[in-house]
Design a protein around this ligand. Structure first.
Ligand code: ZN
Length: 471
């Protein structure tokens, strides 16, 4: 079990190995950090996008598509925002041989592309709330080591942007975003936690930021998204105003919610094992693969039955693949295990006689049979069981990596820590710098109170924060 050791001890290399073997993305494109989506990887990402669209549409967001380039003049209007992105953006300086009068930036995110238009779209309180989203590529010049899906320079990105009449209404949007996230994450079998980021770590220009983090098997945290409340920080410079019932002009309150292809990175990191990927059924490009088990004398019969099975499952709405390549079943098993197909269906002469299909679960290896007559319902039921067991296992793993500490004498490795903090920046920076840990923030939903001491200065405090090494 050498590979198992690798996942535990050398997560970074193990992860890249899995991405490559499962052929999810091709990093040989001649720009570092800009990888090519392969058909298999893109199918999985599109399935993730499908659930994002479904939830956003259901909560009355409208999908839009804004231009990729943003004029420097618009990009610079919000001062903190430009400072925050200064070192990460790509500039377009020429059109043909002519130098541009106004340089153009490739969107690192789309606030500054959308808000000049929002200023034109929003006129009266009847135009609010304005709720739009887009799923597009964004560009950030990542200076750290790049890693497929987790740290790339061209990012497959989801972003929703909203405008509201008041801070309270914008706050209700944040609550709705949290609800939307919980539904999407369930489909992806992803556990996560929400932390209100520190002031020095919030989104440039935000009033506050809620980070969405999950824990990798090596105990490092991975940010998979964020939700921001802007108050009027952007609507003021961009002049997004509306006329209220009394004819008064007011600035809109705004929020955003963003997630990216890191969701796929998190899925790979959390669910895969030493044999390869394990795809959550809802996003698996193929939910089931059929392997015909042929013998010398029953070839045509089994092939025909396998085709009929494929048609029946497909008609039922299962994403199914018939592997009728001329290869040994064992080597086919191996290939689909690497690709993480949740359910393998084997069909041989004896199965046909008994009117059943033999199945094997990718996650647990459990085997059994399903009656052909009820194959659709049977497969659907097992897929649902795989989903819930993947989520439970991942939740238990996340829980096992959380640890409370009340002293700096011994900082455990490979854990997400909960500790007391007085809230002052000096203590926060001192903690982060001394231990190479990042304060993720204090829990967004504070159910139980905290009574402890700041781990740096020892002052009594009611605030606890989570801290971790980050991917
Ligand atoms: Zn302190």
């Amino acid at each position: 079990m050498v590979r198992h050791l690798e996942k535990e001890d050398n997560f970074g290399d193990w992860y890249l190995d899995i991405v490559e073997k499962a052929n999810l993305s091709d990093k040989r494109y001649p720009i570092k950090g800009m990888n090519v989506w392969t058909p298999y990887g893109w199918k999985a990402m599109r399935n993730i996008d499908h659930f994002i669209r479904k939830e956003l549409d259901a909560t009355r967001h409208d999908e839009v598509c804004f231009p990729l380039m943003i004029p420097e003049t618009e990009f610079k209007k919000e001062k903190d925002h430009i400072k925050g992105f200064d070192s990460e953006v790509y500039w377009v300086t020429h059109a043909g041989v002519n130098e541009l009068d106004v340089r153009l930036v490739l969107r690192p995110t789309s606030e500054t592309a959308m808000y000049p238009m929002f200023a034109l779209w929003v006129r009266s309180h009847q135009d609010l709330p304005l709720k739009v989203y887009q799923i597009v590529n964004t560009f950030r010049y990542e200076t750290k080591q790049t890693r497929a899906f987790m740290r790339v320079r061209e990012i497959h990105f989801f972003e929703s942007h909203t405008c509201h009449v008041s801070e309270e209404d914008a706050q209700r949007q944040i609550e709705e975003d949290v609800e939307i996230l919980s539904k999407i994450a369930k489909r992806l079998c992803l556990p996560y936690f929400l932390s209100v980021r520190t002031d020095w770590d919030k989104f440039p220009g935000a009033y506050y930021t809620v980070g969405i983090d999950t824990v990798m098997p090596n105990g490092k945290s991975l940010q998979i998204g964020s939700i921001h409340h802007y108050r009027t920080n952007f609507s003021e410079p961009y002049e997004i105003t509306y006329e209220d019932e009394n004819g008064e002009h007011k600035h809109a309150h705004q929020t955003t919610y963003g997630m990216s292809e890191r969701l796929l990175g998190a899925i790979i990191g959390i669910h895969s094992d030493d044999k390869g990927l394990i795809m959550p059924p809802d996003i698996a490009p193929f939910q089931a693969v059929i392997i015909p088990i042929l013998s010398k004398d029953n070839g045509p019969l089994v092939t025909e039955a396998a085709r009929a099975l494929e048609a029946k499952l497909s008609e039922y709405g299962i994403r199914v693949k018939l592997d009728d390549r001329d290869a040994r079943p064992g080597s086919k098993y191996y290939d689909w295990e690497i690709k993480g197909v949740p359910l393998r269906l084997e069909l041989g002469g004896r199965d046909i006689e008994n009117k059943v299909v033999t199945f094997a679960r990718r996650d647990t290896g459990e085997k059994g049979t399903i009656e052909i007559e009820n194959i659709g319902q049977g497969v659907e039921l097992i897929l649902r069981m795989i989903s819930s067991s993947l989520l439970e296992k991942a939740q238990a793993s996340q829980l096992s990596k959380l640890q409370e500490i009340d002293s700096l004498d011994e900082i455990p490795e490979g854990k997400v820590l909960r500790l007391g903090w007085c809230g002052c920046e000096e203590c926060g920076h001192k903690f982060e710098d001394s231990f190479d840990l990042k304060i993720l923030g204090n829990p967004y939903a504070k159910k139980e109170g905290y009574a402890g001491k700041c781990i740096i200065c020892g002052k009594d405090t009611g605030m606890s924060v989570l801290a971790a090494r980050t991917m």
